[in-house]
Design a protein around this ligand. Sequence first.
Ligand code: 8X3
Length: 254
Amino acid sequence: MKKIVLITGASSGIGRATALRYAEKSYDLILVARRMDKLEELKNEILGFKNIEIKLLQMDISDSEEVKNKINSLEDRWKQIDILVNSAGLALGMDKIHESEYSSFDNVIDVNIKGLLYVSKTVIPLMLEAKLDGHVVNLGSTAGRVAYSGGGVYCASKAAVKTLSDAMRIDLIDTPIRVTNIEPGMVETPFSNVRFRGDDKKAENVYKGIEALTSEDVAEVIVYTTSLPQNIQVCELMLTPNKQATGRDIYKQM
Ligand code: 8X3
């Protein structure tokens, strides 16, 4: 039976690259994002090189009712989810906490923390019901380990992803399900364009003087951790470009 992977944030960046990598490996895909046109585009691209089944789910993962209803309404075959990749996430701006707009905190917390919880809370029971050797991959970040000025809520959200991953792993210790927290450092994706609300110059500056990782690099690592023998659980995996040692503030001091 072919394996199924559900990927959130599949319309761009690491989520998109991960979808392409699993497609190459012949997994069937459930692709989740808000932008249906982007998902359709990705689906067509994949079907151009691989004969697999792809389900598209247009969803705002920060809406718990929507997550619950849409995932639970999948046909039985699509509920047999082997791998969940919680890739959806964002940062907004680089303002110091005390200089930020009140409203700027909400979006990041809603997607990065609550969205990850809503999707996991819906998919994990399906994995348990189907008695699958499931695997949950959460996208953390070096920012969850080392805070930096202007990164406040984003860093905190990724620290939450680390803690939630640990808690999930303990919750699921008596089951075959594995939980992995992937913590990339600098990755050149539309992440910085979103953070700087479309200011390409500012976004480019983030990666100046450093050969950042690509989304494909991170996708490769995600697929690697889920392809290991069942008895090997990669709990956490931090990956950085060669010229980034730990978190972002340390890099800036070099
Ligand atoms: C993204 C890493 O350093 O841009 O998760 O915050 S950083």
